[in-house]
Design a protein around this ligand. Structure first.
Ligand SMILES: O=C(O)CCC(=O)C(=O)O
Length: 266
């Protein structure tokens, strides 16, 4: 297991994650990992992902998104179980135990309306608890022209769930709020809490923008039933052996199962 270089993540950054709901950590992955994951994403773009093959449809659009590649792709599997990302997640979440939810990639095509609307991640997961985060790994340079992410500072503390396009009365477009955003280089990571409200701007540049995401949960997270959450179709319709232990879960159960495996990070 490769360890995250702990000098790259300071106690101040861990406190900033708790306070602001998002941090940017520089140079988490080296060039070998970056090249490996760029190749892995390029190989999988436009190819049905492991869950799509089993009948879970992919949303079409100007952002290519596929998830759960770790089930079939050795590089994505290595990223989850052998890269420094697991340790980064455990440090930021201040968690002893760590479970991996799933991975995915987002490729924003050039010069198309590829904005992803304001949302946070928790309503899309069948979980309950506070220790949960996404690591968004840049595989290209990222800036305002090619689709960077923007976050409403400390919005994880609002305790509100926001689905993309929902437009609830409590959500005011972000002018009154402080926005956090970073230009990034390949290998840099954003780590955001599942409740931090964010969007990504459209890619008006002439090149694609690639990123890989991994989702992590810690000690206090348990299973919770949400009708419109991952994996987004009725469980009866899924015929994958890895889902058997997931299907048996009841609210409050430990999250551990074949689909949400425990990851050793020390
Ligand atoms: O990569 C993007 O542009 C959007 C990613 C995002 O919003 C998410 O992963 O929640």
């Amino acid at each position: 297991m490769l360890k995250v270089d702990t000098s790259k993540i300071s106690s101040q950054q861990i406190e900033a994650f708790q306070r602001d709901g998002v941090i940017c950590v520089r140079n988490v992955l080296d060039n070998i990992w970056i090249k490996r994951m760029q190749t892995a994403v390029d190989k999988n773009v436009s190819v049905p992902g492991p869950l799509e093959v089993k009948g879970i449809p992919r949303a079409e659009g100007s952002v290519e998104h596929t998830s759960s590649l770790w089930l079939t792709d050795a590089d994505f599997r290595a990223l989850a179980f052998e890269s420094p990302l697991a340790m980064l997640a455990a440090l930021v979440l201040k968690s002893q135990k760590l479970n991996f939810l799933t991975d995915g990639f987002f490729v924003k095509k050039p010069k198309q309306n590829s904005r992803v609307g304001w949302h946070n991640d928790l309503p899309y997961w069948p979980i309950e608890g506070w220790q949960c985060c996404k690591i968004w790994l840049a595989l290209d340079s990222v800036n305002q022209e090619n689709g960077r992410l923007e976050y409403i500072k400390a919005s994880h503390r609002w305790g509100k769930e926001l689905r993309e396009g929902a437009n609830p009365s409590w959500f005011v477009e972000p002018e009154p709020h402080e926005i956090l955003s970073w230009d990034m280089e390949p290998g840099d990571c954003l780590v955001h809490h599942f409740l931090t409200i964010h969007h990504s701007v459209t890619n008006i540049s002439s090149t694609q923008r690639r990123a890989v995401v991994t989702n992590w949960v810690g000690d206090d997270v348990t299973y919770y039933h949400r009708p419109k959450a991952w994996p987004f179709i009725p469980l009866e319709e899924i015929d994958l052996p890895e889902f058997n232990s997931f299907k048996a879960k009841k609210p409050g159960d430990p999250i551990d199962c074949d689909m949400f495996p425990r990851v050793k990070y020390r």
